[in-house]
Design a protein around this ligand. Structure first.
Ligand code: NOJ
Length: 570
């Protein structure tokens, strides 16, 4: 039955009333962890997806690219799950046009990617050699994004330091990195800044320092327990500030862009909210995570609690000075305020309780905090071991940022969930739930007054998940790493995310409840396509090898036959 226009209008009004009353009825205190808030984001809110160079580009030694610490690390046996490498990964270097079409189809407003430092400066140094082919690759990528109305959000350092700088200087252990990184950033501003308006200096410096220089699980794989970790972070913070000042002094007036940093942090909730020691332990957890970088950048120095704990423990170890380096007064004022926006990456939450680690028994970043982390076994845990889905923690973290750092402008630069291989189910129920609930908590946080301007789903494609290789998949799109073509297949969450984007949030219960069913309808056909992929690859092989071989043979035989005929004729 067709609805008459007037009936339509009544429905419209009814829907509006429902929507308004749903928002007004929402009780901010009751069931605040589980209740759902229907409402939309402000006009102009930016929706995007992310990636990084080493995780997706492949082409590790092509067109003059130099080696990065991740190329070197992944090539060593025993460092990465199944000895996987990013050598070819998603072949993003060759397939970026296809990928932009995927973004276009999703109607993304922005795409976050990173520039590989050794792809444009193979030896790391601007003074030595600029690789124009590398520059062209990023030029083409940026141009095509803009042609398709997708705003590029560019990370300058997503962990792939030129290997030469690691070998010659010890990487981020050495203060010379600050100037080298600044030169590289300056080159990027010079070559791309007429088109790129959102710059992120570092991605997740916590990980660079802790996993690169403390646990050694990431490149460069060093285990400088309790010392190297703080030194690396110290140089990274200074490098960030220097690059911000360079942009501010030399480029801002012409290019009118913004420079921020992307910090990743879990939320830490006290195990017992009535226990002061747990409350303080949870506070320390976040200060050692986010505050370590955010407090110098927004407030001018390391968090007081880090200075106290690391200082005290260093003293107990018999060290004359703290293992946590000190900023000079002029450095503090130079660093303070060097952030036009805060990029925030967030995936999960921990319960935290007080736990003493007596000094001297192998001090480390982890023991310096005097705490223990716990998880609730009821929390959904679909993929990576560390990643439990706890949406309410996101709202708390966002509110923490608002109150601690003066309500800065925030772009969520990473949020998402993984599944483990061999899971090849494209009907990714758990990811749809994760996005729905985390994005809803972000909406609630914005109603609390947090200044969030955009959201970036991690990640556009399944890609190289660092030490976990290809065994954990974060993508909205499934990548068939076995196929030569690295074919991409949409998971159901692509459809789901598309609905969130086109509605700019969650318009009303009736509509949102249909989204999952509709998304699942489409993914079963993608599942079938993926299932026949090995056959397709086989057929590709047949066309690529067998057909040319047979053709060549035919041509040869005809030539021989022709010669034979001609001879007889003569
Ligand atoms: C944060 C990192 O920036 C990103 O590269 C990684 O893939 C995600 N976390 C998931 O672990």
């Amino acid at each position: 039955m067709l609805l008459q226009p007037c009936t339509l209008r009544t429905y419209h009004v009814l829907a509006l009333v429902l929507f308004v009353s749903a928002s007004e009825d929402f009780d901010w205190m009751k069931n605040e962890r589980t209740s759902f808030y229907y409402g939309t984001f402000p006009t102009g809110f930016s929706w995007g997806a992310g990636s990084s160079a080493y995780q997706t580009e492949g082409a590790w030694n092509v067109d003059g690219k130099g080696m990065s610490i991740w190329d070197a690390f992944a090539h060593k046996k025993g460092k990465i799950f199944s000895n996987d490498t990013g050598d070819s990964s998603c072949e993003g270097y060759y397939k970026f046009k296809d990928d932009i079409n995927l973004m276009k189809d999703m109607k993304l407003n922005h795409y976050r990617f990173s520039i590989s430092w050794p792809r444009i400066l193979p030896s790391g140094l601007k003074g030595e050699h600029i690789n124009e082919k590398g520059i062209s690759y990023y030029d083409n990528l940026i141009n095509m994004l803009l042609e398709n109305k997708v705003t590029p959000v560019v990370t300058l350092y997503h962990w792939d330091l030129p290997q030469v700088l690691q070998e010659k200087y010890g990487g981020w252990q050495n203060a010379t990195m600050i100037n080298y990184f600044n030169d590289f950033a300056n080159l990027c501003f010079e070559r791309f800044g007429n088109r790129v308006k959102y710059w992120i200096t570092f991605n997740n410096p916590w990980s660079i320092a802790v996993e690169g220089y403390e646990t050694g699980e990431h490149a460069p794989g060093l285990k400088l327990k309790g010392t190297g970790v703080y030194k690396a972070a110290h140089h990274i913070i200074k490098a960030h500030a220097k690059v911000w000042h360079t942009y501010d002094m030399q480029w801002r007036s012409k290019q009118k862009g913004l420079v921020g940093i992307s910090l990743t942090a879990d939320w830490g909730e006290p195990v017992d909210i009535t226990n002061q020691r747990d409350i303080e332990a949870a506070e320390r957890y976040i200060q050692f995570y986010l505050g370590w970088f955010a407090t110098p950048i927004f407030n001018g120095d390391y968090p007081q609690v880090m200075k106290e704990y690391i200082g005290r423990k260093s003293g107990q170890q018999g060290l004359g000075v703290s293992r946590l380096p000190v900023f000079l007064p002029q450095e503090k004022s130079y660093i303070k305020g060097t952030c036009d926006f805060l990029g925030l990456g967030h995936f999960t939450t921990r319960y935290v309780t007080q736990k003493n680690f007596p000094s001297g028994l192998g001090d480390s970043y982890f023991t310096d905090r005097d705490l223990a982390e716990l998880v609730d076994p009821q929390w959904p845990d679909p993929g990576s071991e560390w990643l439990y889905s706890v949406p309410w923690g996101f709202r708390r973290l966002l509110n923490f940022v608002k109150t601690q750092y003066g309500n800065p402008m925030i772009y969520v630069t990473e949020n998402g969930v993984s599944e483990k291989t061999p899971c090849t189910d494209l009907c990714d129920d758990w990811r749809m739930h994760y996005f729905k609930d985390y994005i809803n908590e972000m909406l609630k946080a914005m109603k609390d007054g947090v200044n969030v301007k955009g959201y970036t789903a991690w990640s556009l494609l399944d890609n190289f998940e660092w030490d976990e290789g290809y065994s954990e998949r974060f993508g909205l799109y499934y990548v068939d790493f076995r196929s030569k073509n690295k074919s991409r297949y949409p998971k159901a969450s692509v459809q789901y995310y598309k609905r969130i984007i086109s509605s700019n949030g969650f318009p009303n219960q009736r509509e949102v409840e249909t989204w999952k069913r509709k998304a699942v309808e489409t993914c079963s056909s993608s599942n079938q396509l993926l299932a026949i992929d090995p056959m397709i690859s086989h057929m590709e092989m047949v066309t690529e090898i067998v057909v040319p071989t047979v053709c060549t043979l035919c041509i040869l035989l005809s030539a021989v036959f022709l010669m034979f005929l001609l001879r007889g004729h003569l």
